[in-house]
Design a protein around this ligand. Structure first.
Ligand code: SF4
Length: 253
């Protein structure tokens, strides 16, 4: 469980749940886009997805898991043997070493199984809170709210929660939402961040404008205005895409 921040007002609970419900309507069936059959496969796929895309990972995992179907098989592999298989995901040498080290730790310390506890998962090489939450929430039935770059940006723009780090944001989001909605909330925020609330948000296509602090504070209009003379972006004619900080700062009363 993430560390609990200070008490959250009941209205914040209601608002957060209502926003997640609206996003869930907009993205029915939202879940991870990684393809997997077991917790082990999802754990390895999530490690491979670093600095890559889920779609790209899905192109390499069928052959990888056909050859190494479980932790014991992968633990016995030489990292060099994996490199051609995971090459398309980038950083293939480091990732090959990482997933073999991960498999060996699973075999040596957990009997080859993926442990269903955050405290154990984060002791595995290459596994941080985000990866652990992905596996807990999707493959092990344990509430988890992964905070990736999309969740970090979108949640703060909407005004759901604020945090300087993914861990701080996770703690604040999980304090506002019922545990059974944590993983859904993350999946919806990720899809919204990929498709609509991109780094340069497509607010005119957004279905939750009325819930969004950034939108209500006039963020899109400000972002569209040309930079004033003397502004650092004026010379090139480029404006910085509005991000979480802009939304956060300007949404204050
Ligand atoms: S209104 Fe704009 S900034 Fe707000 S959630 Fe939608 S796309 Fe993102």
């Amino acid at each position: 469980m993430p560390p609990r921040p200070r008490r959250v007002a009941p209205r914040a609970h209601d608002r957060a749940s209502a926003i997640v419900a609206r996003l869930a309507q907009a993205y029915p069936g939202a879940t991870t886009e990684l393809v997997y059959r077991t917790p082990f496969e999802l754990l390895v796929a999530t490690v491979l997805s670093a600095q890559s895309t889920d779609a790209r990972v899905n192109t390499v995992t069928p052959a990888l898991f056909a050859r190494y179907p479980d932790a014991r098989a992968l633990a016995a592999a030489a990292p060099e043997a994996l490199e051609p298989l995971v090459r398309a995901t980038g950083f293939f040498r480091a990732k090959s070493r990482a997933i073999v080290g991960l498999a060996r730790a699973l075999v040596e310390r957990f009997g080859g199984d993926v442990p269903p506890r955050m405290a154990d998962l984060v002791t595995l090489p290459g596994v941080g809170r985000k990866t652990a939450n992905v596996v807990l929430g999707h493959a092990l039935g344990v509430p988890g709210l992964p905070v990736d770059r999309h969740v970090f940006r979108v949640a703060q723009r909407i005004g759901l929660a604020r945090g300087r780090t993914p861990e701080a944001l996770e703690a604040r989001l999980t304090a506002q939402l019922p545990p059974e909605t944590w993983t859904l909330a993350s999946d919806c925020l990720i899809l919204h961040g990929r498709r609509v609330c991109r780094p340069k948000p497509l607010c005119q296509k957004c279905g939750i404008q009325s819930d969004c602090a950034f939108y209500r504070s006039g963020g899109p209009a400000r972002a569209a205005r040309p930079a004033p003379p003397g502004h650092p972006t004026a010379a090139s004619g480029r404006r910085r895409a509005p991000g979480p900080r802009a939304g956060r700062r300007r949404s204050r009363p």
